[in-house]
Design a protein around this ligand. Structure first.
Ligand code: DQA
Length: 144
């Protein structure tokens, strides 16, 4: 099975960006942890991060036909991007939406997501552990 991890804008700065909200783990740390889990479960991961909306959409398109599931932290595009929502709907790849912070405990503009109603599930507020939780969920989901 193939699972894609997609991170959106500013998530390349994880570890140094507002650590009170997002923690001290870098995206490379997180990727390494996820690769460790994937290796144990015999699944292949691909890692993607883009700051631009178009690049994220192109990434989603390129996954069609070669990826079984997506773990997506779309960053602020979560709250703004109908185009990213449409791309996910177009490729028909089930996805889990992840947010490091608890978006519901933050500004009201973070409470709405253009993605959540299309997601298999949503994880928010578990810190960077949320990516690991999402991966374990996806592994289980793909074996049923
Ligand atoms: C985020 C939450 C978003 O509101 C924010 O714009 C981000 C990160 C999170 O992981 O908590 O960039 O998706």
């Amino acid at each position: 099975k193939n699972i894609a991890i997609i991170n959106g804008p500013n998530l390349n700065l994880l570890g140094t960006r507002e650590p009170h909200l997002y923690g001290s783990a870098t995206l490379a740390d997180i990727s390494a942890r996820l690769d460790g889990i994937a290796g144990k479960h015999n699944v292949a991961l691909s890692h993607h991060q883009h700051n631009g909306e178009g690049a994220l959409i192109d990434t989603v398109h390129a996954l069609r036909g070669n990826t079984d599931m997506i773990i997506l932290n779309a960053g602020a595009y979560t709250h703004s991007s109908i185009a990213l929502r449409d791309a996910l709907a177009a490729v028909c790849i089930p996805f889990v939406e992840v947010h490091v912070s608890n978006v519901y405990a933050r500004e009201p503009f973070r409470h709405h997501s253009y993605l959540s109603d299309q997601a298999v599930g949503v994880i928010a507020g578990l810190g960077t552990f949320g990516y690991e939780a999402a991966l374990l969920f996806c592994i289980d989901y793909l074996h049923h």
